[in-house]
Design a protein around this ligand. Structure first.
Ligand code: FE2
Length: 339
C-alpha cells in the first residue's frame, strides 16, 4: 500500500460550547484471511487520528480540514440556553448499505442539523474492522459537517472500536445543548458481562446515575433520553424483551422527561404515556420489522419504513418530524418546554 489512506471521517464528536474533537481513521495496512472454505476476507489495520479544538466560542460555525486528504468539514458549537437549534435522530444503519445510503441522502436533502443523536447498531459487528469503513463512507458527507453523539446498540458488542472511533470515555454520558439536556444510556446489558450479577450491578449503577442526572437538570426546558432498546414496541416478537428499560418509566415520568429516543426496532414508532413521548427511530438501513401489534392506549403512530427524525427547538417548543426515506412525513408533533 502507498501510505495511509482515509478509511473514516472526519467526524466531529464531544462538541460543547467551548471544545470539539475531530476524528479521522486511516488504514495503514491490511491482512487477508483464508478460511478453510469460502472466500478470502480482507481486514484493514485501522488507526484513529484525532485532535481537540479548545477555547471555542459558543453557537459558532467553524470550518476545518483534517486527515491525509485534507478533507474539509465544519461543525457548530453548542449554544447557550435560549438559542434555537436542530438535531436529528436515527440508528440501526447496519447490514443494508444501499438503504443506509438512501436514508442519509434524504437526511442531507432535508438540511444539515446542528448535531445527530444516534440510536445504536451502527454496524453488524462492532468488533469487525472491515465493517466500519463501509459505515463511515456512507456517513461521510453528513458527519464531516455536524456533531455526532452516539449510543451503544447490541451490535456494537461494547467493542473498543466504538469507544475509540467516537472518542467515548464511558458507555453512558450526558450533555447540554442550548436549553436541552440529553442523557445517553447504554441499554445493551447483554454485552456487559456473561454474569447476571455483574449485569444487575451495572444496571443499578447506571440507573442511579440516570436518576441523579435527570434530577440535576430539572431546570432545563427539555430533557431527552437517548438509548438503543425501547420501553415499548409494536413488534410482536419483541414485546416484553426489554424489562430493564420498561422499568424506567416511573422515573422518567417523575423527572418530567420530554422524550425518549430509541432504536433497535427497524421502523418508526411513537407513543405517549403519562406525558412522556417515546420515539423509536431504528430505520437507518437494517432490514425492516413489522409494526404488527401497536400497544393500545399509548400508540400515536407506527410505520415500517426507513426513516430519520428531525427535531427543531425554538424557544419553548420542540417541533418533531419523522421523515421517511422517500421524503414523506410519517409523523409530526410538538413538545412544550418544562412539562
Ligand atoms: Fe439492536
Amino acid at each position: 500500500m502507498a501510505g495511509p489512506k482515509l478509511a473514516g471521517g472526519p467526524i466531529v464528536v464531544n462538541v460543547s460550547q467551548r471544545t470539539a474533537t475531530v476524528v479521522w481513521i486511516v488504514e495503514t495496512d491490511q491482512a487477508t484471511l483464508h478460511p478453510p472454505s469460502g472466500d478470502a476476507k480482507v481486514s484493514p489495520s485501522l488507526h484513529v487520528e484525532k485532535t481537540t479544538f479548545a477555547g471555542l466560542q459558543p453557537n459558532t460555525k467553524y470550518e476545518f480540514e483534517a486527515g491525509p486528504d485534507h478533507s474539509k468539514g465544519s461543525f457548530k458549537t453548542a449554544p447557550a440556553p435560549g438559542e434555537p437549534f436542530s438535531f436529528v435522530v436515527y440508528g440501526d444503519t447496519r447490514t443494508r448499505p444501499d438503504a443506509h445510503s438512501a436514508v442519509i441522502r434524504q437526511l442531507l436533502q432535508h438540511g444539515v442539523p446542528d448535531f445527530v443523536t444516534f440510536s445504536g447498531d451502527s454496524v453488524a459487528d462492532g468488533g469487525d474492522p472491515s465493517l466500519w469503513p463501509i459505515f463511515f463512507d456512507i456517513e461521510r458527507d453528513l458527519l464531516r459537517q455536524t456533531a455526532f453523539f452516539p449510543s451503544l446498540g447490541n451490535h456494537e458488542h461494547h467493542a473498543p472500536n466504538y469507544f475509540e472511533y467516537f472518542q467515548q470515555a464511558k458507555p453512558y454520558y450526558s450533555f447540554n445543548w442550548g436549553s436541552a439536556h440529553f442523557s445517553v444510556v447504554d441499554s445493551d446489558l447483554g454485552n456487559v458481562s456473561p454474569s447476571k450479577a455483574a449485569r444487575d450491578t451495572y444496571w443499578a449503577e447506571q440507573t442511579r446515575w440516570l436518576e441523579d442526572d435527570l434530577a440535576a437538570n430539572q431546570k432545563a426546558d427539555f430533557r431527552f433520553l437517548v438509548a438503543h432498546h425501547p420501553l415499548y414496541t409494536a413488534v410482536r416478537s419483541r414485546q416484553g424483551d426489554n424489562p430493564h428499560m420498561t422499568a424506567l418509566a416511573p422515573m422518567l415520568e417523575k423527572y418530567r422527561l420530554s422524550a425518549g429516543l430509541f432504536g433497535h426496532d427497524h421502523n418508526y414508532q411513537h407513543y405517549v404515556k403519562n406525558g412522556v413521548h417515546y420515539i423509536v427511530s431504528g430505520g437507518g438501513g437494517a432490514p425492516l420489522y413489522d409494526v404488527d401489534v401497536p400497544p393500545p392506549g399509548i400508540t400515536q403512530k407506527v410505520a415500517s419504513i426507513e426513516n430519520f427524525v428531525s427535531v427543531k427547538v425554538n424557544g419553548k417548543v420542540a417541533k418533531v418530524e419523522a421523515i421517511a426515506v422517500d421524503g414523506k412525513t410519517i409523523d409530526m408533533f410538538e413538545i412544550s418546554a418544562g412539562r
